[in-house]
Design a protein. Structure first.
Length: 282
């Protein structure tokens, strides 16, 4: 056993030629303080396996040979590389082969997602607009009902509301204008509001029942029964842009409450008459 001159580690000199810890070469003798004589140092030779002070030593003490000679052995060769053998020309790099005419580079399809999304959105908006427009047109054409219009017509007659009666008429009653018609009907009560109130209460007692309408295009018919055992009437209506209006049977609509037979129809026997041929309130 010898002691390493650097790290003072005990090393078996029969196995290791250098310290396994610090790779310091060991002296041939165990005296770590005395240097070996010059005759004992190995000669620096170029023979394989000869001892070299600057050689690399592994952890196990083996001397590692250089894999390649130093760059100086090749003289002035560029990069320290061995010169090429003489007489061998350096071939230029080969040109890249051009693709044949049958080969085409596959192109990536353009991204049309935003355009497709815009088209879809516009289609949905257009569809909703058409649906809304169609629904609005249907509602506009059917915003009134023939049966309901007939009920309004008779209610306006009972309340002596001649302006509404004129507006619900498909043609002007008696070919008169609206002011002329209203003035003609009010003259039957001598333009007396009291007589109109009494007549209104008497006419409200007359029962008017409208049946189910029969619609054929823009025309319709509605059966109406006036009074308890009155004669059934059949009113004809026309559609004016979704508003159903009644064709007047006579110039004086009060005759409808008497059965619609004639202008001066007699009132029921249980009611006295008033000006205009109206039944009075009992």
């Amino acid at each position: 056993m010898v002691q390493c001159p650097r790290c003072h580690n005990s090393v078996n000199e029969t196995i290791h030629a250098a310290c396994p810890t610090c790779a310091t070469p060991l002296t041939p003798t165990g005296n770590v303080n005395s240097a070996p004589p010059a005759s004992a140092q190995p000669a620096l030779t170029s023979a394989p396996g000869a001892y070299r002070p600057n050689a690399r030593v592994s952890l196990t003490g083996e001397v590692m040979e250089d894999a390649a000679p130093p760059a100086a052995a090749y003289g002035n060769a560029p990069g320290g590389l061995p010169p090429l053998p003489s007489g061998r020309p350096i071939a230029p790099p080969s040109a890249r082969p051009t693709p044949s005419t049958g080969y085409r580079r596959q192109e990536v399809a353009p991204d049309n997602s935003r355009r497709n999304a815009l088209i879809i959105n516009l289609s949905v908006v257009l569809l909703l607009a058409l649906a809304s427009g169609g629904g609005g047109w249907w509602y506009w054409k059917h915003r009134t009902n023939p049966k309901a219009q007939v009920q309004r017509y008779f209610h306006a007659i009972q309340w002596l509301d001649w302006g509404v009666v004129y507006d619900l008429s498909a043609s002007p009653p008696g070919d008169k204008t609206r002011p002329e018609f209203v003035a003609m009907m009010n003259d039957k009560f001598d333009n007396n509001p009291v007589l109109k109130i009494v007549a209104r209460k008497g006419m409200e007692t007359i029962k008017c029942d409208a049946g189910e309408p029969t619609i054929t295009g823009d025309e319709a018919t509605v059966p109406v029964t006036v009074g308890e055992a009155g004669k059934p009437l059949e009113l004809h209506l026309k559609n004016f842009g979704g508003v159903w209006k009644i064709e007047p049977l006579a110039e004086n609509p009060i005759t409808l409450l008497h059965g619609g037979d004639k202008e001066d129809a007699a009132p029921p026997a249980s009611m006295p008459t008033m000006p205009g041929g109206l039944p009075a309130q009992p």
